[in-house]
Write a protein that binds this ligand. Structure first.
Ligand SMILES: Cc1ncc(COP(=O)(O)O)c(C=O)c1O
Length: 365
């Protein structure tokens, strides 16, 4: 079996042990005579799956009891609209724009009220995170929205805004479960699952209970479309309609892997930090490749770099693909290369990539 090292920003690699377990359970899930893809979401098997998955996710992320956890379709992009629709009670919210996805979130917010750009790192092409302590937050902001890890630009927050009385809402799509998170700092955490958790097709939201029952100014809670209403969907335990059953099942398997094989998020963080260090140390030790990000804010998940010319970038990506390192092309907004090194990327994938980068450098420097 020849598996490549897949550096895709998402959908991305899943742990091999998880894929093997899914394969073993595929045709006959626990004696049901069916696969999880086929069974009724009202069956006792699926009932156990969704409850066990939520319980495991709560354990892994240490989610307190006063938060609800929901599984939604529509991806993280739908959450960009659900957040203002459900929480922008005062008609205004603060957005910190640190890249493409936080910009998109702010644009959705502006459809429901005033999405105030409290700070932005656009002046330096999103290569840093604004100092969250120096920002003047809006007095009547219903919430502050951040994107915790910027998938395209390869940056991450090292500290987050903490404003008493103003809930913090974070898009954690590209770093969730890569390290421990203090959930109590947030009013709402949401993420698409297709990077660190499961196949594409689902977003998860973790919402503090006191934020439920609200709505954007000028929109009564009952006017929120049902499939965008956190209160309704979370109240129904993510079973208001047919949920994304397969993604929920795979999420459960990955939570199991994190708990049993890895040993929890502190161990995952240590493994991820060691992986990222290998790549950043290599980048810092030579002059051929460049990483534009301010060191303090370097992402542990998405590592961007360029070679001396666009032609060499292109040559690098095709030679890398031939050698079994795929999806290294950078996002069109940044160019160059990007190695997404999520939880499931094994440490040897980074070691081999660095060997390849050095061989390419020697050939072309
Ligand atoms: C940080 C972040 N937020 C949001 C999205 C959009 O997610 P989705 O495609 O699930 O809507 C992405 C996708 O790459 C992302 O990286």
């Amino acid at each position: 079996m020849a598996r490549v090292y897949n550096f895709s920003a998402g959908p991305s690699m899943l742990p091999e042990a998880v894929l093997q377990r899914a394969q073993a359970e595929l045709l006959d899930y626990k004696g049901s005579g069916q696969s999880v893809m086929e069974m009724s979401h009202r069956s006792k098997w699926f009932d156990d799956i969704i409850h066990d998955t939520e319980a495991a996710l709560r354990r892994v992320l240490n989610v307190p009891d006063n938060y609800k956890v929901g599984f939604f379709q529509g991806g993280a992009t739908q959450q960009f609209a659900m957040v203002p629709l459900n929480f922008m009670e005062s008609g205004t919210a603060d957005y910190i724009v640190t890249g493409n996805f936080s910009k998109k979130a702010a644009e959705e917010g502006a459809k429901f009220g005033t999405a105030r750009i409290a700070a932005s790192s656009k002046d330096k092409n999103f290569t840093y995170i604004p100092d969250v302590k120096a920002i003047e937050y809006g007095k009547d902001a219903s919430y502050i929205h951040i994107c915790q890890n910027n998938t395209i630009f390869g940056t991450r927050y090292v500290e987050v805004p903490e404003v008493p009385g103003v809930p913090l809402v974070a898009d954690m799509s590209s770093m969730i479960c890569s390290e421990p998170v203090d959930v109590t700092k947030y009013g709402c955490i949401y993420f698409g699952v297709q990077k660190n958790i499961a196949p594409a097709g689902m977003a998860v939201a973790i919402v503090r209970e006191d934020l439920l029952g609200k709505s954007a100014k000028g929109c009564a809670p009952e006017q929120i479309p049902t499939m965008m209403n956190y209160t309704t969907l979370l109240g129904a335990g993510s079973m208001y309609n047919t949920p994304p059953c397969w993604c929920i099942y795979m999420t459960g398997l990955v939570m199991d892997w994190l708990e049993r094989d890895i040993g929890g998020l502190a161990a995952m963080q240590a493994r991820n930090a060691a992986k990222a260090r290998v790549l950043y140390d290599y980048l810092d030790g030579q002059d051929f490749y460049k990483n534009p990000v301010e060191k303090r804010y370097r992402s542990m998940m998405n590592v961007t770099f360029t070679s001396p010319t666009q032609e060499l970038d292109k040559a690098f990506c095709s030679a890398a693909a031939e050698a079994g390192f795929v999806n290294l092309k950078g996002h069109r907004l940044v160019g160059g290369m990007r190695a997404s090194i999520y939880n499931a990327m094994p440490p040897e994938g980074i070691d081999r990539l660095v060997d390849f980068m050095e061989a390419f450098r020697r050939e072309h420097a």
